[in-house]
Each structure stands twice: as structure tokens, then as C-alpha cells.
Design a protein around this ligand. Sequence first.
Ligand SMILES: [Zn+2]
Length: 104
Amino acid sequence: MNTPVITAQGHPDPPPPGQCWCCGSTDDPDRMVHLGNHPEVAVCRPCARWAAKEAWEIEDRDKSGLLVSMRDRFRRLRREVRDRGWHRHPVFGRPLRWLGNRLP
Ligand SMILES: [Zn+2]
């Protein structure tokens, strides 16, 4: 649900302040996530949530247990929804996106 839609890949110059380094969207710089050691690098909140989920998934690769397997099921379900485009459905899309933002 938080997969960046527009990419800024191949951008030769750093984006201006207020532009996401990941997807290229623009926002108030105070409402963006800045990297600790490189505050000039800012990402929008959806891209930051996506990166956090990716990091969580990488950490889960070395773990096992009931909670890890439940998170993996949610991740597979999210990918299935995204691949089928259900998150853009006019009726069910909004609740699916809401759920996707709150699940691992
Ligand atoms: Zn972004």
C-alpha cells in the first residue's frame, strides 16, 4: 500500500528541499523524514513507512515463531492485494489501504 508510485531513479542531481528522494513527491520539509547523518536526504511519510516495513521484513528473515509467520502471511496477502490492484478498487480500496498501513 505504501509502494512509491513515481520514482526519481536516475536523477543526476539531488532533489530540492521538500522533494522526496525516493518517489519524487513534494511536501513541507518539516513533514518529511530526514536521515540522521544526512539531513539533506528526505523521504515522504509513505516512503518512510514502506522502508520501515522492508527493514522489518529483512529482520524477520532470521527469526521464527508464530508472530513471524503471521507477519509473513500478512505480507503475502498485501502483495496479493497489490498485484491484483484491489487497493485501487473504488469501494474496497480505501479500507484495504487503511488496513495495509496498519499491518506489518
Ligand atoms: Zn516518497
